[in-house]
Write a protein that binds this ligand. Sequence first.
Ligand SMILES: Nc1ncnc2c1ncn2[C@@H]1O[C@H](COP(=O)(O)OP(=O)(O)OP(=O)(O)O)[C@@H](O)[C@H]1O
Ligand SMILES: [Mg+2]
Length: 582
Amino acid sequence: MKPSSLYRRLVREAVTPYLGRFLLAGLCMVTVAASTAALAWLMDPVVSQVFVAKRADLLWPVGLAVFATFAIKGLATYGQTLIMTRVGQTVLTDLQNRLFRHLLLMDLKFFAAHRTGALVSRLTTDINMMRLAVSTALTGLGRESLSIVLLVAVMFSKDWLLASVAFIAFPATVIPISRLGRRLRKVTANTQAQTGALMTVLEQSLAGIRLVKAYRMEAYETSRAETLTHTIRTLIVKAERVKALASPLMETMGGVAVTVVIVYGGWRVIEGATTAGAFFAFITALLSAYRPMKALSNANAAVNEGIASAERLFAVLDIAPGVQEKPAAPALTVRRGEVKFENVAFSYTDDDAEVLGGVSFTAAAGKTTALVGPSGAGKTTILNLITRFYDVNSGAIAIDGVNVADVSLASLRDAIALVSQDIVLFDDTVRANIGYGRPGATDAEVEEAARAALAHEFIMELPQGYDTVVGERGQSLSGGQRQRIAIARAILKNAPVLLLDEATSALDAETERQVQAALGRLKQGRTTLVIAHRLSTVASADQIVVVDKGRIAETGDHQALIAAGGLYAHLHSLQFAGVAAD
Ligand SMILES: Nc1ncnc2c1ncn2[C@@H]1O[C@H](COP(=O)(O)OP(=O)(O)OP(=O)(O)O)[C@@H](O)[C@H]1O
Ligand SMILES: [Mg+2]
């Protein structure tokens, strides 16, 4: 994005909605700048009337005028800072919330392509950079520039020749400083990228701490992190050096300007070409301009960093979700719940080979369809497409004859309860985890679902029962316990279409038999697609769809498939061979 269009966008999205308050703050800003200039201007009467002409009658009026100007300046500064901080922080909070909302709308391909650490740093570090920029820029930038303009006006009105001399030095400072700004932007962009990478490394090694320890990869992870922290250190030092260069530059240039003015101006007063009052007003204006100029150069750095952050933030905001609903998509109403695949082809990435090709089958309404097949055949992928985690490349998936791509995402996902292959629990209570898909569920409903999933007993043995917090990713529970909580969650959701991806794989044979019985009750009248490796659980399904290398190899019921002697019969015989060998 070009900086100019970025500025326009910032104005459109951040300033326009709060125009009234910006105008009020602008008024305060003008007052501050005007009183700064007035103070310089007042030096003329102070020196020429009070000190040189010694007029006692003007002593108090001039003194009080100086005091009043200071007081007004103070009040206006307070008002402007307050309004700008409020507006600025509101804009940023809005942006932060908008970004998070946007992220949750993105499809799974997006998350595969973006590192979590990088996304988190958009939401935290970048927003903080922008906060900093906003507080220096919005509160200071306009005020300081206007002050400089008015002070320069005072200088020219008092002595235009002297003012021209002083201002030869000015462009000489501005040009190198704006160069510094450009360099700074590049460095901070790089710092951000490295920080995102660091966050990802930290998060992954802490989340996978057991793996790290078991394989003794502590040194490896440490060195990965250290490489990044060192790079970040180098980049930050570089950025600070660029920033620090601005100060001595201004200092030296300012010194040259002041020296020239004192020598030349003093000579003009001695010669009688100008009055001491005018000269003092001039020098006060010049010295007063020094602080805002310095503030501007600092603000310049902060603003550049903020702009770089805004650019990255908008880049993420501008990515449209790959899976979208059509405009005014109607809600899906499930009457029978038939799920039909018609010639579906799919690949996870655009350049990848097809993971599914020509997949057609019908999961009959209210019946149980089992998907079986070797690992990597595409079974989980088939379920991912029903929920529209991804969109098909070609072909169609229909529920009750309606293409899932044509209905609203909310209604589609409301119609489906999913127990995924990797169980996800949040760091919250057991009750909250079971009730996750049904925010209004009563305690009795949660308990009923837990009983049906054979989870109630072990939950009651937990230290705080249903109020026990399960820890990050549910790590304080066993694999089988986590699985039963996930099943209870799906039971509670009470959706017409049930997708079970190896939902009972972590259970022992006896618990599995019982959970299967519970699921059997749940499956009544619902369309169920179940993926299971244990053929014993598959044999009771109404229909079996055998998936192999992304294609449907055969379909039928257990008896028919055994009789056909194909892949299913082969898998079945393998399993019995395994059992015999035990
Ligand atoms: N997010 C993904 N991005 C890219 N490729 C993927 C992704 N998920 C799965 N695949 C690939 O798609 C193919 C099918 O995967 P899928 O998860 O559907 O297999 P599966 O039949 O469920 O296997 P399993 O029984 O081991 O769970 C595999 O070759 C896998 O490598
Ligand atoms: Mg799978």
